[in-house]
Design a protein. Structure first.
Length: 185
């Protein structure tokens, strides 16, 4: 949780330091969110244009604004239950998603590298479903939320170390994940 907060603060500082409108290179800054093939990176980030009219300002309803709300929750080893911190993040997501009702949602469940491919796909599915179920309990229609499990196939940190594994045990809520978008992380 502290790492996510630090990364969010660093991202905000980076946005505030920009004095001109950045070019849309299509590259991922940080981890990215919801825009076809999952990438790598740690913490949170944004994809494509910054969506800003001025330095530090985020366009309402943009992917960048959603990432600032918090696009991922972390899980303990071999668990799929939501921590209090995860519930806080999902409550913020729910509020944002209720304000932006036309935005499609895809929840991706991930696991660390330990365990078999099949076991981790099932664990990733349970994690994605836990996120979806909590968002539905907060008032979002289940028909609006799709889920997918990537198991251990798309780590944000490929190292074999506890701090890397902790980052990879996650559920990521992607927005704007329609047929023309590129999903990341």
């Amino acid at each position: 949780m502290r790492l996510n907060l630090v990364l969010i603060m660093l991202g905000a500082l980076a946005l505030a330091a920009c004095e001109s409108t950045p070019e849309n290179t299509g590259a991922t800054s940080g981890a990215g969110t919801a825009t076809t093939s999952p990438g790598t990176g740690a913490g949170t980030g944004s994809v494509g244009t910054m969506g800003t009219g001025q330095a530090g300002a985020l366009r309402p309803g943009s992917e960048e604004e959603f990432v600032r709300v918090g696009d991922r929750v972390l899980f303990a080893f071999d668990r799929h239950d939501l921590t209090p911190e995860a519930r806080e993040i999902l409550e913020r997501q729910s509020q944002w998603l209720k304000r932006n009702t036309s935005v499609p949602i895809l929840v991706a469940g991930h696991a660390d590298e330990r365990g078999t491919r099949e076991y981790n796909l099932a664990l990733g599915e349970r994690r994605a479903n836990a996120v979806r179920d909590y968002l539905v309990a907060l008032g979002l229609p289940s028909s609006r939320i799709r889920t997918i499990s990537y198991g251990k196939e798309r780590p944000v940190d490929p190292r074999s170390a506890e701090d890397a594994w902790a980052k990879n045990r996650r559920g990521v809520t992607h927005i704007n994940s329609g047929p023309t978008s590129r999903l990341t992380n």
